[in-house]
Design a protein around this ligand. Structure first.
Ligand SMILES: [Fe+2]
Length: 191
């Protein structure tokens, strides 16, 4: 099964000024494209040749896991943005966030703390267990909560390639800005 580079659901300049067109073009067109290309090469001749992406992430390791994980992670990442956020989720997701963190504002602050304090490259996730209970997970490198049996809901990339051109070393500033482009309508569909 050939894995495809996802098509962005918005023009490359649509997320400015939060994420620049240059960053989107490099991040999607170079970094993600390389992961997808590596993944397609690495599955050849293995038991994962016809496996779906989540199965590969759950069952592989080494270079195959890294490239499959990064492909899956970025598929979540790039499809969760819109030029203008609704500001907060509604419905079931908002209720579950308030149950877990008391308020949406508190969740946002806890999420930013998790993403800021992640050492090196990796991801911060909002994820749900089988009962729908939410948690924030910190994953190193290519990690994705599916490997822990959780459902990914929102995934924030804190590899420097996600923000360095626009924010240099100011990861926390980048994270604060990202809330302006989260499409909660899209995110809610994953819950
Ligand atoms: Fe990335």
């Amino acid at each position: 099964m050939k894995h495809e580079l996802i098509v962005l659901p918005y023009p490359a300049n649509a997320l400015e000024p939060v994420i620049s067109e240059t960053t989107i073009n490099l991040h999607h067109g170079k970094h993600l494209a390389t992961y997808v290309n590596n993944l397609n090469n690495l599955i050849q001749g293995t038991k994962f040749e016809n496996a779906d992406l989540e199965t590969i992430v759950r069952e592989s390791d080494g270079a195959l896991f890294n490239n499959a994980g990064q492909t899956l992670n970025h598929n979540y990442y790039f499809t969760q943005f819109a030029p203008k956020s609704e500001g907060r989720p509604s419905g079931r997701l908002l209720k579950a966030i308030e149950e877990a963190w008391g308020s949406f504002e508190n969740f946002r602050s806890e999420f930013e703390t998790a993403a800021t304090s992640l050492f090196g490259s990796g991801w911060a996730w909002l994820a749900a267990d089988k009962e729908g209970k939410l948690q924030i997970t910190k994953e190193q490198n290519a990690g994705n909560p599916v490997a822990k049996g959780l459902k990914p809901i929102l995934g924030i990339d804190v590899w420097e390639h996600a923000y360095y051109l626009d924010y240099q070393n100011r990861r926390a500033d980048h994270l604060k800005e990202l809330w302006k482009i989260i499409s909660w309508a899209e995110v809610e569909k994953r819950y």
